[in-house]
Design a binder for this molecule. Structure first.
Ligand SMILES: Nc1ncnc2c1ncn2[C@@H]1O[C@H](COP(=O)(O)OP(=O)(O)OP(=O)(O)O)[C@@H](O)[C@H]1O
Ligand SMILES: Nc1ccn([C@@H]2O[C@H](COP(=O)(O)O)[C@@H](O)[C@H]2O)c(=O)n1
Length: 203
C-alpha cells in the first residue's frame, strides 16, 4: 500500500507523514530531501544549479534512507541530513527541481523503494505514484505556514512568508493536487489533528 501526502511548502507534509507512517508501522519518504541534497551538493561544488550536466555527476553516491521516525540522506558515508534545511538550500532548490533530468533521477530513486510506504512531496500522487489508493494534499495560508516555520528558522515571519510564497510560485508546475486527492486545510488543525484526519480516512 502507498499513501501519498503532497502539499505546498511548509504545510506540514513531513511532520504529518512521519506521524501517519509511525501509526501505520511503515516508513515514510520525503522526496523534497532528494531535491535538497542535489541542491546542497551543487552549491558545495560551485555548480550552476540550472545545469543538469553539472549536477548529475555529483549524485552517484546519494542515497535516501527512509525511516518512519525521520529520513536521512547520505552521500557515500557522509550524512547530509542536517544541512538540507538551510535558507541557502531553500533559495536554490526550486531551480534544481525544475530540471527534467533531475526530476527523472529523483523519481527513479523513489520508485525503487519497496511498498508499503508513505510518500510526501509535490507530485507523489500525480506523477510518481499515480495509482496509489490513498492520496492527500495539505494546504494552509502563507501566514500560518510562516508562523510555524519561524519557530525553526532565524528569519522573521514576513521574510519567511515571502520566501515560502516565492517557492510556491516556482514550484507551481509540479504542485497541482491529484484529482483524487483529499485536500486538507491544516490552518485550523493541530499537527495531531491532521494526522488523525488522515488515519480516520484510511480506516
Ligand atoms: N497542523 C499543524 N499545526 C501546527 N504546527 C504544524 C502543523 N503541521 C506542521 N506544523 C509545524 O510546521 C512546521 C513545518 O512542518 P513540516 O516541516 O512538516 O512541513 P513541510 O511541508 O514538510 O515543509 P517543507 O515543504 O519546507 O519541507 C513544523 O515546525 C511543524 O511542526
Ligand atoms: N515531489 C517534490 C518534492 C519537492 N520538490 C522540490 O523540492 C523543494 C523542497 O521540498 P520540500 O518538500 O522539502 O519543501 C520544493 O520547494 C520543490 O522545489 C519537488 O519539486 N517535487
Amino acid at each position: 500500500m502507498i499513501v501519498t501526502i503532497d502539499g505546498v511548502a511548509a504545510s506540514g507534509k513531513s511532520s504529518v507523514s512521519s506521524g501517519v507512517a509511525q501509526a501505520l508501522g511503515v516508513p515514510y519518504v520525503s522526496s523534497g530531501l532528494l531535491y535538497r541534497a542535489v541542491t546542497l551538493l551543487g552549491l558545495e561544488a560551485g555548480a550552476d544549479l540550472a545545469d543538469p550536466a553539472a549536477l548529475l555527476p555529483l549524485l552517484s553516491g546519494v542515497r535516501l534512507e527512509p525511516l518512519a521516525s525521520g529520513n536521512r540522506v547520505w552521500n557515500d558515508d557522509h550524512d547530509l541530513t542536517a544541512d538540507l534545511h538551510s535558507t541557502r538550500v531553500d533559495g536554490g532548490v526550486s531551480t534544481v527541481a525544475a530540471l527534467p533530468e533531475i526530476r527523472e533521477w529523483v523519481d527513479a530513486q523513489l520508485r525503487a523503494l519497496p511498498a508499503p510506504l508513505v510518500a510526501e512531496g509535490r507530485d507523489m500522487g500525480t506523477n510518481v505514484f499515480p495509482h496509489a489508493p490513498h492520496k492527500f494534499y495539505l494546504t494552509a495560508s502563507p501566514r500560518v505556514r510562516a508562523e510555524r516555520r519561524a519557530r525553526e528558522r532565524p528569519e522573521d515571519i514576513p521574510a519567511i512568508e515571502a520566501a515560502l510564497t516565492e517557492r510556491d510560485r516556482q514550484d507551481t508546475t509540479q504542485s497541482a493536487p491529484a484529482p483524487d486527492a483529499r485536500i486538507i486545510d491544516t490552518g485550523p488543525l493541530t499537527l495531531q489533528g491532521v494526522i488523525d484526519t488522515i488515519l480516520n480516512d484510511l480506516r
